[in-house]
Design a protein around this ligand. Sequence first.
Ligand code: NAD
Length: 285
Amino acid sequence: MVQWEIMATAGGVDVRARMASICSGGGNAVEERNERAIRRAAELVGESSTIVVFTGAGVSTESGIPDFRSPGGIWSKYQPVEFGEFLAKREARERYWIRSRETYPSLAEAQPNPAHLAIVELERMGKLDCVITQNIDGLHQKAGNSPEKVIELHGNTHWVECLNCNHWSPRSKWQKVLELGVAVPECPDCGGMLKVHTVSFGQPMPEQQTREAERRSRRCDLFIVVGSSLVVYPAAQIPALAVNSGARLVMVNLTRTHMDDHADAVIREKAGPALTLVLEQARQG
Ligand code: NAD
């Protein structure tokens, strides 16, 4: 119960008011569809024992981290720096570190929201096989998911690595250096190129994590997508692997995706209130 009280207020989101609004039905066709989808998702959670949750930027927007593609998203302010450019041009590395300097403080301060906490609840219920995340914000671990249950496909923004000697250091340590005016920091051990431990466009995906994500997806009985537009490949093809291997599929996303037609339940609602309700109904049976 304590957990649910926390969930009701976490992240400054008034989950109970939102839940009441969804549950009231009130003749609104979208809300009624969502209410049915939430009930169906809760049944599927109840029937399943090996659940994989796949998350994208949309699971963290209620924590104040903008996604890429919604209006006001990160791309409306910063042009992405491709990996090839990063390696080839100092000017690209300068742009990369400006964006990092400006966006890191809000990423460091962000707190998990009710959607992250609902996924922790799935782990407490013994049903969560793993969370496969495209996010780099570390909020699943901060919410309380066991680190070994979180597979990060695009890395983690809280670490910096040297591309030459593999020296690792916490990203927080570099914020002061950047704020003091260093435009492109260098490795303290070998003077090599430093980069945040996240996957840029054009940079290879981490092999071991990708293989593990595919393996887990093929053997789960329920696959839940939360807050992903499913347009970034190869991560976006993982839900299809699960469905083709016989898993049921639940989609929780504000906008339509190419997997909606293959889903057993499509919830077009904010992830925090939607997942809170799904978990609450699943626990009640
Ligand atoms: P995306 O920006 O392409 O799509 C986000 C999706 O989430 C959209 O379809 C949107 O409708 C939906 N959404 C937004 N808020 C929502 C909410 N409250 N509830 C439910 N749905 C919501 O993000 P993506 O699919 O993850 O792909 C973009 C890439 O950007 C990823 O590879 C990821 O690495 C990176 N990214 C990460 C973060 C982060 O770590 N928090 C933030 C921005 C981008």
